[in-house]
Design a protein around this ligand. Sequence first.
Ligand code: PEP
Ligand code: MG
Length: 593
Amino acid sequence: MAKKSRQEIVLKGIPAAPGIAMGPAFLLDRQDFIVPERLILDEEAPIEIARFEEAVIHTKSEIEDIRAKIATEVGSTDAQIFDAHLLVLEDCMLIEEVIRRIKTEKKSAEYIFSEVLKRYIEIFENIQDEYIKERSSDVADIGRRVLKHLMGESRTHDFENLAVDLVIIAHDISPSDAVSMYNKKIMGFLTDIGGRTAHTAIIAKSLGVPAVVGLKDATLRISNQDFVIVDGRKGVVIVNPTDETRSLYSKEKVRLAEVDGANLNLKDSPAETPDGRRVNLMANFELYSELTGIKKYAAEGIGLYRTEFFYMNRLDLPSEEEQYQAYRKIAEEMKPNPVIIRTLDLGGDKFLSSLQLPKEMMPFLGSRAIRLCLEEQEIFKTQLRAILRASAHGNVGMMYPMIAGPGELRAANGILKGVKQRLRDKGVSFNENMPVGVMIEVPAAAMTADLLAKEVSFFSIGTNDLIQYTLAVDRANEKMAQFYEPGHPAVLRLIRRTISAAHDAGIKVSVCGEMASDPTLAVILLGLGVDSFSMSPASIFSIKRAMRSVRYQDAQEMARHALRLSTGQEVDEFMNAELKRLVPDFYAYGSQI
Ligand code: PEP
Ligand code: MG
């Protein structure tokens, strides 16, 4: 990309993980393309060609959108830099060469395209004219976008060789890429696409890495080595800040550290409202590194163990023994507090390189989570054996993700029963009474909560998916962010229905989606009768503070009123006003999102 501006610019995206990071930018996508060679059959060539053409069309419209946006927001001269991008996409020689080589070499569209692209980049780089030389990065940029459309999630980044602390900028970062950032020199990250509750954002929170997603064109507006400030609370990014802005943010960073320090006083206080309603605050767990935070913030257990992350970034599937050891270790560390292990939730935006599954048009509505486990029963049984064996060593519970009704629950429980019997036959010890629950994250599950409640030990409401599926809003799509409304009446009614069904059946309800970590929304959940909340460990104190500052009676009244409102925005406005009235310093401490 040719744009080299040293002026301070402010970009607005979606807040994904809290905190402030300041440092030099590193455009991840400016690395070489790593595209595995894949042979195709004769009859697959037309499909590959069609995929390639479609990817070019998508990329073109993406660039045209950005061009139009920059033209209105910045000016038509700046927008002209995208003409070069569009020219690459309209280059008949390039397009024809790719199509011809797919037919003759019988290799995948992405592989052939990446080969042709590399040659083009080389040609540009070897031209003496500095201006033309710079165009090579435009070609590379376009290439990455086309590859993104062709390869989707399966492309992975390489963080191994980072030598200095950097803020990563990428068009997209997959959840498995985010996991591999652990312990690397990454201070924060920014992406063009993605939503607040996408798994990439969730992992950023787990890693404690400030992140802003959905910035639309950050990769085009930030250059390598630009200095950037990432404000993960507000979703704001400042590129090449003035000295004044830098100093403001340095002070804000110190203030946030002080707030966190002050919050540590809450460690030994219970999550109890002034009028005596006690709830449990637990942690969501994805990576072993989170155990430090779980202890530091005194989580009262693990309310959601996202086991799929254990399967990621490796070439094989984890064995029963490996899983058993991992689950057992956490169960022992947390004892006597509970550890709720969620069975594999793959699909949607989470994929494994070890499990090549057919591509789906709509992966969030496809073979995801429990459906995949019911199809791939050997993988499921291996995990069930490991969980059951770990249950002998601590307070282990288990839950199934994405259950849509009693049919799937019974199918899963049928397999569980068989696995238990075989363990018994072999004399392997496990907890015969291990609690088994379901996640309520599909509207159909909420609507059948009365039926499900009779057959399980507990519910855990996954609001990230419940909102996505109820409102038909892709949780990972930044363009849909305005429609992703936790306070939407349909969402609140489904939650209320779920809680009533659970309590009528005498079982408890937890909320483990991101809604549980938002202080305002947590007050509504409290008022609706939720028994426990599970969230990223760093959010625990701000939720504890919220619980300790609002009377249960008031929370119930607020929830009742919220349920009578018509839109999520009305709910936000009502809650903000009401909380400020009842608890004047309610919003004074929030360092988290
Ligand atoms: C949810 O959907 O709210 C949830 C907790 O599960 P995940 O975010 O892993 O889909
Ligand atoms: Mg979910």
